[in-house]
Design a protein. Structure first.
Length: 332
């Protein structure tokens, strides 16, 4: 979106104007009415924008068919869409500004690993106390590369005259490690500044999404009514949520289709024996009787009881066979 806006500035002006127009309506939403974003925003926007002409062609039919339908929602859908674009892009910019550059982290990490290796060598030669290593390990993640490196630099500078050339580390490398740690520490501190701004923009994005998804849902219901006989409502207003099918469901459908193709040949005529076999294989469903309802017994409970009885009989049969075999071995 931002890339296209550089080539065509009107793409940026329109979402900003739509967001400003919808701002009072978004601010009036209660916290209980706000729906959090639960789909790919830009994919949903592209889906709605790509079918705007088709939806516009049904607008007159909706006005004539419905009396209680909120036609302003139909008219505002495009404005809500552009407002959501602006809110989403503003949120993404704020989130990216909260991130610390990766090259800054990598540089500080390399310097830290060099200082830590030198410190370990000095500790093993009793030229440096081991407490400094424990103190450095107290920091986690990027904080270790920043504040841990600064601790190591400070301690190494204190004992630098005594070390001389025993470390293999130059004073210039020590200075570079210190500068890298300071840059990373500054980046971490600045990262927290726009965090509140990002949270505010996330809330405004949820508000814009609430207006958008409600309006689209109402329009989609109207389209389904108008195009019910044509069976093409999804061509005008499809669902914005993807339907996910698991591999297990796909395998089950494949097995079902294979069983149907094997049990029911395409050109075979059904005979009476086949019908009897199918009826015998599929027992008739039994409804609960009044006595079973009064006594608390249900078809599910009866099935569980029968299943337990069969398992108990099978276990007893197995035990009796085992005892018989043991007696026969003892007899021989």
């Amino acid at each position: 979106m931002l890339k296209d806006a550089k080539e065509n500035p009107t793409l940026l002006v329109r979402p900003q104007a739509a967001f400003a127009a919808c701002l009072p309506e978004m601010q009036r939403l209660l916290s209980t009415q706000i729906q959090a974003v639960n789909l790919d925003v830009m994919e949903a926007v592209r889906s709605v924008r790509g079918r705007s002409d088709r939806l516009s062609s049904l607008r007159a039919a909706a006005e004539g068919a419905f009396k209680d339908f909120k036609l302003p929602l139909w008219d505002k859908l495009e404005t809500y869409t552009f407002a959501l674009i602006h809110a989403h892009e503003s949120y993404l910019v704020a989130v990216r500004s909260c991130a610390v550059p990766a090259d800054l982290v990598n540089e500080a990490q390399q310097k830290f690993e060099l200082l830590y290796a030198v410190a370990q060598t000095l500790v093993s030669r009793h030229l440096l106390e081991s407490a400094i290593l424990k103190s450095v390990k107290g920091h986690r993640g990027r904080l270790r590369y920043a504040y841990g490196s600064l601790q190591l630099v400070q301690r190494l500078r204190e004992v630098w005259p005594m070390l001389g050339n025993k470390t293999g580390l130059t004073e210039d490398e020590l200075t570079q490690a210190e500068l890298a740690a300071e840059r990373l520490a500054s980046g971490i501190a600045k990262k927290n500044e726009p965090k509140e701004r990002a949270e505010q923009l996330a809330n405004m994005r949820d508000r814009a999404f609430t207006l958008f998804i409600y309006a689209y849902g109402q329009v989609r219901r109207a389209v389904q009514y108008l195009r019910w006989d044509h069976n093409d409502a999804d061509v005008f207003a499809p669902s914005l949520y993807r339907r996910r099918h698991t591999g297990r469901a796909k395998a089950r459908r494949a097995v079902d289709s294979a069983s149907v193709s094997t049990t029911q040949p395409e050109h075979s005529a059904p005979d009476q024996h086949q019908d009897c076999e199918i009826e015998a294989r599929v027992p008739e469903a039994k409804l609960p009787t009044v006595e079973s309802i009064v006594s608390g017994a249900t078809p599910t409970a009866n099935a569980d009881t029968a299943r337990r009885k069969r398992a108990y009989a099978k276990r007893k049969s197995h035990e009796s066979v085992t005892r018989f075999r043991s007696r026969m071995r003892q007899a021989h």
